[in-house]
Design a protein around this ligand. Structure first.
Ligand code: HPA
Length: 256
């Protein structure tokens, strides 16, 4: 394995964290892979550096390259630290989710704006900054600059992107009950997923520009008008289908 040339002056334009069904980016020209260590342990996968057009990007598989880590087992701190350590400033988390709101049907690509965190027991802070315990502003959990650029890029690339909505982050690894989804809807959640937190909060602590690109892979529990069971195979196949739009979207994002 080659090592990352930390003396390279070519900045990393974007870091991408791939979720369920997205374990590598076939459409980048891979330049190097690097296994890194952080003060918080090892990230979920080696970092894969590659080029998209004229720019450099780095990819990390959130669940590991063989989907060996459940959402509550992911070392979110090591993942974010590793990306920060290699110089990423902008991070796009790609997450498969269930659709709660009626228009967020399977196959939709969404750009949520808010989060409600129902996860527990995860290491959700780097602890201390230079001035003591970190109490970062999280009023708007995602980077508005990166979200605006993604919306513009979607327009240029002709990709449908459902902008807005609230991501409910649940603990998993099981899917939710119908009653839990009823409660999430009442709370104001439009999408449900298991990996959106603490990733977004850790990115904020490190001062990274972070946004979530959510792939609606299934109807959340009890929301399917046809009452079908949710299967992992279906989730994966929809993610693969929707992911076809991502190269064009990111090429447009990184062209500006
Ligand atoms: N619930 C939670 N996480 C998910 C779902 C879901 O329905 N689909 C994909 N990730």
């Amino acid at each position: 394995m080659t090592t990352w040339d930390s003396t390279s002056t070519d900045p990393i334009a974007l870091a991408v964290i791939g979720g369920t069904g997205l374990y590598k980016l076939d459409w980048i020209d891979t330049v190097q892979r690097q296994s890194v260590e952080t003060p918080y342990g090892q990230p979920s996968s080696p970092l894969v550096f590659g080029r998209l057009g004229d720019v450099q990007i780095v990819f990390l598989a959130r669940h590991g390259e063989h989907h060996q880590l459940a959402p509550h087992q992911v070392n979110y701190r090591a993942n974010l630290w590793a990306l920060h350590q290699v110089g990423a400033q902008q991070v796009l988390g790609i997450n498969s989710v269930g659709g709660i709101r009626a228009d967020l049907r399977p196959g939709t690509l969404a750009l949520p704006e808010q989060i409600i965190d129902y996860t527990w027991g995860r290491s959700s802070s780097f602890g201390k900054g230079a001035e003591g315990v970190l109490h970062v502003d999280f009023t708007n959990p995602y980077s508005s600059a990166l979200r605006s650029r993604l919306c513009a890029a979607a327009g240029q690339a002709g990709v449908d992107l459902a902008e807005g909505g609230c991501y409910g982050a649940t603990q998993g690894p099981r899917l939710e009950t119908r009653a839990e989804i009823t409660r999430l809807r009442r709370d104001g959640c439009d999408l449900v997923g298991m990996t959106g937190m603490p990733e977004a909060a850790l990115a904020r602590e490190l001062g990274l520009d972070y946004a979530c690109l959510a792939i609606v892979a299934n109807w959340a529990a009890g929301c399917d008008p046809e009452h079908r069971e949710i299967t992992f195979a279906e989730v994966q196949s929809i993610v693969v289908e929707v992911s076809a739009d991502i190269p064009g979207l990111l090429a447009a994002l990184l062209r500006d």
